[in-house]
Design a binder for this molecule. Sequence first.
Ligand code: PEP
Length: 253
Amino acid sequence: MAEIQPLVAGNWKMNGTQESLGEIRAMCERAARIGARPHLMICPPATLISRVKGLVAASPIQVGAQDCHTAERGAHTGDISAEMLKDAGASAVIVGHSERRGDHGESDALVRAKALAAHRAGLIAIICIGETEGQRRYELTLPVLGRQVRASVPESATAANTIIAYEPVWAIGTGLTPTTDDVAEAHAFIRQTLAEHLGEEAAGGMRILYGGSVKPANAAELMSVANVNGALVGGASLKAEDFFGIVAAYGSA
Ligand code: PEP
């Protein structure tokens, strides 16, 4: 099995206007100085995808989107299709982020349909899963992750078109993180469940990112955990300095 290339992806959420593009320029300068490891991606709001794509054209930074509709086109006011995101310059799209599952009541079935839409458009689907604080308290973390993997990840997913992001909901934006033992247990369980669901080959090469309060100060510890193939970063991806402080966990920033 080939070594898995780690990915550090930044999710800007509903943050960023044209004024923020200076951070993208700064990221391009930093990216030019590092070698091939790890892969880098920024997922700006949809309004900035094409501007960001223009700025990163000569850099290794890839551009992702934060959500997509399941349909290719049609009467869905305010929604954006995966094909439109691809057209704007995205190469990936996050689906099933806990803020979408929570704020918009997105089910596993809808997340699965969105992942299939991403694949249809030729985008990598970054499928987010993770337990809530209450589920963790009742020791339901692994059952919840198992259900989310089986119901949110299409059976046709491959290591090339799909990335899993394990994001404990209670760790997102809170400054709290699980212990490295907990992260190791969750990631090993996710990989095992993927193997049962997709087969050993797809599961063995699939990137499983950790997300939830990753910062420069804790990145090296979290990124060194077995089966952690990079990070999905929220708040700390808004500034080039912080984002590359995390990338430095791979010894190359
Ligand atoms: C996220 O929203 O995907 C995330 C991980 O946020 P933060 O890094 O801010 O916790």
